[in-house]
Design a protein around this ligand. Structure first.
Ligand code: SF4
Length: 715
């Protein structure tokens, strides 16, 4: 089957046709706004479908799916009369997304069977009164990576001025381990490379990620790298066909004949990546292939890592990584021949216990060959949503950087609450736990689907239901609106970024800040997120002149006073994040190696397997655009993907129905054979969240969406 290719072209045309025609879709996609989907980034002032290097056309199915969702007609008021909350609760994410745009504020109280339209004034009054009357310590403020820097900055400012540091964003459930790990290695929590580095590189590690599904445009860069003679090693327990062969629609040769993506595909156990990486360092040591000049001049702590590699027996490495010695040898040899290597990773690394150490171990491998701190080489966490990195930059986190806190206080002549998070740290799971314990009375969610992105769905539902008032700012419906209701719930309909009447900004995974021009408002009713926040803050918080921030230029001027290198007027790359020479942002200016606590993949017995939750090709985060997953050749999502040998050993065959039991719940699903490392299995996110406990990784506070042990029973 052609992965990508003609299927993608046909799909895009079909989607465009259904969304008002190919011309309307073309106009929308070409408008000078940042892509609404992944953080690879395209669009902005250079025009839609253009990347920061000026290359055109840059778009994929996902960007079209997101655009099509925003181009839908409005939901009418009688829709909410026809459907009860419990009926809507039973709808799938895809069904809810395709109900249309929300165009008027909605309210549901404790006894309501239906959401009811309410006026903007009533909605703002209800929510701002709750903000005013709630002890700030009993509130939290959550932002998704869909929103703009302007809205995110203003919301965190409102929270702090109101008196709480319970401020967090969706990265706590995805790439937090990357930020924590990278900060401890290079002194900065973001990618050390820019887009141009990929074009200069001749070796790529893709570790615990699936860009074919989640960052499709990266595949073109990978194909170009291989055409230059470069090599690609994929490290993933599940053999993803899209990472083996891919048909890139914008490349005629690739479109017609397909392109090989991986030169070597390594399938470790879930959570076995760190041990595999240690094996590479051991091989390099044994083959005299360490870049000693780099290690001695520009790195600290590598001796400790080398000792750890020498002390660890090969048998232990093979058993605990789940990777055959021949694969470790081959990957190591290929890497040792590379002159410029980039390490990409995603949630296969950050969703496991010890994710921060896994990031550090990837960095150790880079350090061992001097593959960071030069052109064409470095560390690249593949971030999810289009502005998730921006949310961190502009302060949507429990703790502000001290310089930023001081700058805000000086600029506004105010004093912000303590620099220590004042409520159990205030990260996302801490706020969910506090809600579960009945300690939160008000919550606001700027975009996203907080309920759907949580593990332990029953816990998350209970937590949200304990909150006196939950307010959402949303463009379309999602399950959070129904299963994540508070005692009272208000939904504010907001504009998408390409409907704003003023410029907004978004930051890509390469620290490139794009300016989205906005555009024509598609529906009367939805308002700018910034306007809603200003109105709530004016009524419920006061203290400063919020109205002046309805002008986005004024927010960006304030951002420029608070963030070094933030340009309020132009698209730009944030400074001091990319390292093209071996001088880093650490106290000693050297890169830091870390000896890590190696985690063994969890022991399993009998009919147990280690589970990883994964996204499908037609899905973006919790939004499922298509039930079928063409890359894995699946037409349904209620499946467990396991290898044939494990299934046979358990007396199971393809299409058998099984009960999967996790720590927090159980699901009936169908067995599907898949090429996945033995003793491991995969199920779809967010459906499988119901199985998982809400335990988090200690250092990053990220829930363990991968690596939990599940038990399988035939029914
Ligand atoms: S790869 Fe990401 S940034 Fe590029 S078009 Fe697709 S969703 Fe948008």
């Amino acid at each position: 089957m052609a992965l990508g290719g003609f299927h993608s072209i046909a799909y895009v045309l079909k989607k465009a046709w259904a969304s008002g025609g190919v011309i309307a879709m073309w106009r929308a996609m070409r408008s000078p706004n940042a892509c609404k989907t992944c953080a690879l980034g395209m669009g902005g002032q250079l025009g839609g479908m253009v990347n920061e290097a000026g290359k055109f056309p840059e778009f994929c199915k996902k960007s079209v799916q997101a655009m099509a969702a925003d181009m839908q007609g409005g939901i009418t008021a009688d829709f909410f009369e026809r459907y009860t909350i419990s009926q809507l609760s039973a709808m799938s994410p895809r069904e809810l997304e395709s109900c249309g745009r929300i165009t008027f504020p909605l309210y549901a109280g404790p006894l309501d069977m239906h959401y009811k339209p309410i006026t903007w004034n009533d909605a703002l009054e209800k929510v701002s009164t709750q903000i005013k009357e709630t002890d700030p310590n009993r509130s939290f403020y959550y932002c998704s990576g869909r929103s703009s820097n302007e809205a995110g900055f203003l919301l965190q400012l409102a929270a702090r001025i109101r008196g709480t540091n319970n401020i967090n964003n969706c990265s706590y459930y995805c790439h937090q381990a990357s930020g924590v790990g990278l900060k401890s290695v290079v002194g900065s929590g973001t990618a050390t490379v820019d887009l141009d580095d990929i074009a200069q590189s001749n070796f790529l590690f893709l570790i615990g990620c699936n860009p074919a599904s989640n960052h499709p445009r990266l595949l073109k860069s990978i194909i170009d790298l291989r055409r230059r003679g470069g090599k690609v090693v994929v490290v993933n327990p599940l053999r993803e066909e899209g990472l083996c062969t891919f048909h890139v629609p914008s490349d005629t040769k690739s479109l017609l004949f397909g392109s090989t993506i991986s030169d070597l595909y390594v399938q470790p156990n879930i959570g076995g990546d760190s041990v595999f990486m240690l094996g590479i360092i051991k091989w390099l040591l044994e083959h005299d292939s360490i870049n000693n000049d780099f290690v001695e001049q520009f790195a600290e702590g590598f001796d400790e890592v080398a000792s750890q590699a020498r002390e660890t027996e090969w048998d232990w490495i093979v058993t605990h990584s789940g990777v055959a010695l021949s694969d470790i040898n081959q990957a190591s040899e290929m890497y040792s021949n590379a002159t410029s290597a980039i390490f990409c990773w995603a949630m296969g690394i950050t969703h496991v216990k010890g994710g921060v150490d896994s990031v550090r171990m990837i960095a150790n491998v880079a350090i061992s060959r001097g593959m960071v701190g030069k052109v064409g080489a470095g560390l690249l966490p593949l971030r999810g949503h289009s502005n998730v990195q921006g949310m961190g930059t502009i302060g949507v986190a429990p703790k502000l950087y001290p310089e930023m806190e001081t700058a805000i206080e000086k600029a506004l002549n105010i004093t912000l609450p303590s620099r220590d998070a004042n409520f159990r740290g205030g990260d996302t799971m801490a706020c969910m736990e506090a809600s579960f314990d009945g300690l939160i009375d008000y919550a606001i969610c700027l975009g996203g689907n907080l309920l759907g992105s949580n593990p332990d769905t029953k816990f998350a539902m209970k937590a949200m239901s304990n909150i006196a008032l939950v307010s959402y700012m949303s463009t379309t419906l999602n399950q959070g609106h129904f299963l994540g209701r508070g005692v009272e719930t208000v939904i504010f309909p907001v504009r998408a970024r390409d409907e704003e009447s003023q410029i907004t900004t978004q930051e890509s995974m390469f620290s490139y800040v794009r300016r989205s021009e906005g555009g024509l408002c598609r529906h009367e009713g939805p308002r700018s997120e910034v306007d809603v926040i200003v109105d709530l803050a004016t009524r419920g918080i006061g203290t400063i002149d919020w109205e002046r921030y309805k002008n986005h230029d004024n927010i960006r001027k304030l951002l420029a006073e608070c963030i070094s290198g933030f340009d309020p007027s132009h698209e730009h790359t944030l400074p001091d994040r990319h390292f093209h020479s071996p001088i880093f942002n650490t106290d000693t200016k050297k890169i830091k190696s870390h000896r890590v606590n190696l985690k063994s993949p969890t022991e399993i017995v009998g009919s147990q397997l280690r589970l990883m939750t994964i996204r499908s090709e037609g899905q973006f985060n919790t939004v499922v655009y298509e039930e079928k997953d063409i890359y894995r050749k699946q037409k349904r999502r209620d499946i467990i993907m396991m290898c044939k040998e494990d299934a046979i050993a358990m007396g199971l065959k393809q299409d058998d129905t099984v009960r999967v039991k996790g720590n927090a719940g159980e699901l009936l699903v169908v067995v599907r054979y898949m090429d996945i490392a033995r003793t491991n299995c995969a199920m779809y996110f967010p459906e499988a969240n119901i199985l998982l406990s809400h335990e988090v990784d200690v250092e990053s506070r990220t829930p363990l969406f991968k690596g939990a042990v599940i038990t399988i029973e035939k029914v």
